[in-house]
Design a binder for this molecule. Structure first.
Ligand SMILES: [Mg+2]
Length: 331
């Protein structure tokens, strides 16, 4: 069966609209299976071990029956990369019609970060803000930033801060030191953990960031959320519509969803394999089938397709095979 997946893998190279994560194109491999389409798109620098959950998730999407949904519309947040010009910020925000929440990348330069926040807030004064630091602050820097934020704006404007510091110990120390209530979302600390179940998040993390591919699919993401018993936000990386659609599916099958989700990242791509339109700040839940025309138009070179096929084979041998056997999936 893995041979079928490898032989039929479709690799596309999608242009991004803006320089996000320092890339102008995004390569993703698409898997067609008995139950639809799945995506395998770990960033190219990841080794085969880090790729394992991504492949398990892609195979689950393409071959397994989907759990029943609790909702058919998912609220989304706007995603603002670390841009600084007012025009660029206004342009990016216009891609998310009706979004009530803006997620802003911060963490490199305090002054530039505060200026970016001020511009976004001025353009969308009613939107709540969440800040994503990708673990770039130490505890002191986090405190300095948070107090600078509250000097300028009200507490209610800030929904939460995602991964302000890298380690759980630092997050715990930060929470203990804070004189104002600030919710902390854990992202890297969960998805890069050797075992996301074996983490003590108490007094460190208030909200779980769930990314379906790096967490190994819907079944496993649901189990992680249940295990920790915290509210969750579902987010995509820079995935194609197939991968984002699977994240939307995860958001639909979570028993409880209290927050808007980072599932409109397709807006950062200049071309995609399918449309996931945003209406009044929501996206629809549904099966995503990539368009043949678009897959041909953006088809990766033969060499790159071969590289992805070998990557799937390596990831399979590195441990994806064992996990799927353990899950007891028939496909
Ligand atoms: Mg994040």
């Amino acid at each position: 069966m893995i041979d079928y997946i490898i032989n039929n893998l479709r690799v596309v190279n999608l242009p991004t609209k803006t320089d996000f994560r320092g890339i102008s194109h995004r390569e993703v491999a698409l898997i067609e299976g008995s139950n639809g389409w799945g995506e395998f798109s770990p960033f190219v620098e990841y080794d085969e071990f880090e790729c394992i959950p991504w492949l398990v998730s892609g195979i689950e999407a393409a071959t397994q029956k989907k759990p029943p949904v609790y909702r058919k519309l998912i609220p989304i947040n706007a995603t603002l990369p670390a841009l600084n010009s007012r025009d660029e910020i206004a342009k990016v925000l216009s891609w998310y019609p009706g979004a009530q929440v803006i997620k802003i990348k911060v963490g490199s330069d305090l002054t530039a970060d505060l200026a970016r926040i001020a511009i976004a807030h001025e353009i969308s004064p009613n939107a709540k803000l969440r800040l994503d630091v990708n673990g770039n602050w130490n505890v002191e820097e986090a405190l300095e930033f948070i107090y600078a934020f509250f000097d300028e704006w009200d507490e209610e404007l800030l929904e939460y801060i995602e991964q302000p510091c890298r380690s759980l110990d630092e997050l715990r120390e930060l929470k203990a030191a804070l004189m104002v209530p600030v919710l902390i979302a854990g992202d890297e600390v969960i998805r890069k953990a050797e075992d996301p179940f074996d983490l003590d998040l108490e007094d460190a993390v208030d909200i779980l960031m769930l990314k379906v591919a790096p967490l190994g699919g819907i079944e496993r993401s649901l189990a992680i959320a249940k295990h920790h018993g915290l509210p969750a936000v579902v987010s995509s990386a820079l995935d194609s519509a197939v991968g984002v659609g699977y994240g939307i599916r995860l958001a639909a099958v979570l028993p409880q969803l209290d927050y808007a989700c980072g599932l409109a990242t397709g807006q950062l791509l200049a071309a995609d394999v399918a449309n996931l339109p945003i209406e009044n700040g929501f996206v629809k839940v549904g099966d995503v089938t990539p368009s043949e025309v678009s897959m041909i138009e953006h088809e990766a070179s033969t060499e790159r397709t071969q590289w992805w096929k070998e990557r799937v084979a390596k990831t399979w041998r590195a441990g994806a095979s064992e996990i799927i056997t353990e899950m007891g999936w028939h496909w």
